[in-house]
Each structure stands twice: as C-alpha cells, then as structure tokens.
Design a protein around this ligand. Structure first.
Ligand code: FPP
Length: 244
C-alpha cells in the first residue's frame, strides 16, 4: 500500500506526539553494496529527507533523530570529519525547504567538543525556523543521555544560590527543565533500524515509558511506508504508564 493510503488509515486521535529515531545501519548498507561507509551516510541523508517529509505529511508534532552521539568521536578521524560536515551541509542545504514546510528545527546535544564556529553556524541556521509552528525536528548532535543528565545536574548546581542549598530538592519537573528537551513531550515511540535492540545512551531519561519499535531494515532503506506502519503498530499498543 502506498504511504499516502497508509497515512489515511492513521487514527488522528491516537497520534504519537513525539517519535524519536536511532538511524542505524549506514555502515552495513555500504558494506552490502560494496561501497565506502561514507556513501552509506550519504544515502542516510536521503532517508532523513523522506522521513521528515512524511512526518510533516502525517502531521507529527515532534521528530527527534540521532545524528551523532558523544560516543561517535571514537570512529576514525576521517569518518568523524565526514559526518560533522555532512550534518552541517545538510542543515544549510535544507533549511529553506524546511522553513517553507513550517518545520521548527533544533539541535539537541552538548556544545562541548564542537568548535565555536560550528555551534554558531548551527544556531544561526536553526534560529531562522523558530517562528514555525509545524513539525518540531530535533537533530540529536553530539548527544549522549548520560552527558545530558550530568550537564543538567551541573547547571542546577550553578543556579542554586548560596545559602539556599539546604532546603532545595531536585524533583522531576526541575530536572526536565534543564534537559536539552525542556518544554517538549517525552518520546511516545522510539524506532531503531538495522536489527539492533538497544537504546545506546539515547534519551535515557525521556524514554522511561516510550514504546520501542525495532526493524531489521538498514537506515538508508527505511521507507515512508515502513515509518507509517510503525505508527499504525504504535496505535494498536495499550500504554499503561505503570498503571494496571
Ligand atoms: C549509524 O550508522 C548512523 C550514524 C552514526 C550517523 C547518522 C547520520 C546520518 C544519517 C547523517 C544525516 C544526518 C542529518 C541530521 C542530516 P552506522 O554508521 O552506525 O552503521 P553500522 O552500524 O552499520 O556501521
């Protein structure tokens, strides 16, 4: 069935508000096609474009994609540099089209390790979209869940005034406001491609009640149809949030 027909089958009253995706398998896709890893990443960008378009068409509110993790720095220098450039170039190339489609784009992650110039360029480009009211697209860039929590706790410590320490307690609401995802709903569903079944330090606080959806499809092959199938599948699940 064509993805547009599948979108028509979605129950609009049961839409997940936020979907997060671990885009895995670019390297294996490249190996399978007897080409270099970087071509797998290049193909991965094409998949990002079609899934973002489909999310807009399905009127999703939030889509978060795991582009570069705090652990990805351990890859070869050449691959790291390629990925950093690919992500920046994709942002710059796509920003006008994203704005036209009413997409509001943010990079979530640690600014440490990235150059000041890189962070500045990201902000300059993303800011142009911040009046948009359609899909919120979050690009998790230099993101690590543990790093996010540590940065949040350290910011809280900085913000506590001397003398106030004794009666201050950190509660969930306070912590939430210090995460990169402040003011956003938690992901209702996390999708991971390529057959791996783990979260890999992705949204570890926010995913407490997320539905997990795994597919063997490698990220460059992830289709519009499979994305909507995942949402249809989500709509069949019964979420209890710890209740009976
Ligand atoms: C995982 O495949 C993929 C990544 C670590 C990078 C994801 C990045 C993109 C798809 C680039 C585009 C991003 C944006 C925001 C435009 P892998 O290399 O871990 O694959 P493998 O496990 O098969 O080796």
């Amino acid at each position: 069935m064509n993805y547009k027909d599948l979108i028509a089958k979605l129950d609009k009253s049961q839409m997940p508000r936020h979907i997060a995706i671990i885009m895995d398998g670019n390297g294996r896709w490249a190996k399978l096609h007897k080409t270099k890893r970087v071509f797998g990443h290049k193909k991965g960008v094409e998949a990002v474009r079609r899934i973002v378009e489909t999310a807009v068409e399905a009127k999703l509110e939030y889509l978060t994609i795991y582009a570069f993790s705090t652990e990805n720095w351990t890859r070869s220098k050449a691959e790291v540099n390629y990925l950093l450039k690919l992500i920046m170039d994709s942002l710059i190339n796509e920003i006008n089209e994203l704005i036209k489609n009413n997409v509001n784009i943010r990079f979530l992650g640690s600014e440490k390790d990235l150059s000041e110039q890189y962070n500045k360029k990201v902000l300059q480009n993303c800011k142009k979209s911040w009046n948009n009211t359609g899909l919120h697209l979050n690009v998790a860039m230099n993101y690590g869940g543990r790093r996010e929590l540590l940065e949040a706790f350290n910011k809280i410590l900085q913000d506590i005034k001397p003398g106030e320490m004794a009666d201050q307690k950190i509660d969930e609401n306070m912590l939430k406001n210090y995460l990169y995802t402040a003011n956003m709903p938690d992901p209702d569903m996390i999708i991971r491609t390529s057959g791996e079944k783990r979260l890999s330090n992705f949204l570890i606080w926010q995913s407490a009640y997320s539905e997990l959806w795994f597919t063997k499809t490698l990220w460059p092959d992830f289709s519009r149809e499979e994305f909507i199938q995942a949402i249809l599948d989500f709509q069949k699940r019964k979420r209890r949030f710890g209740a009976r």
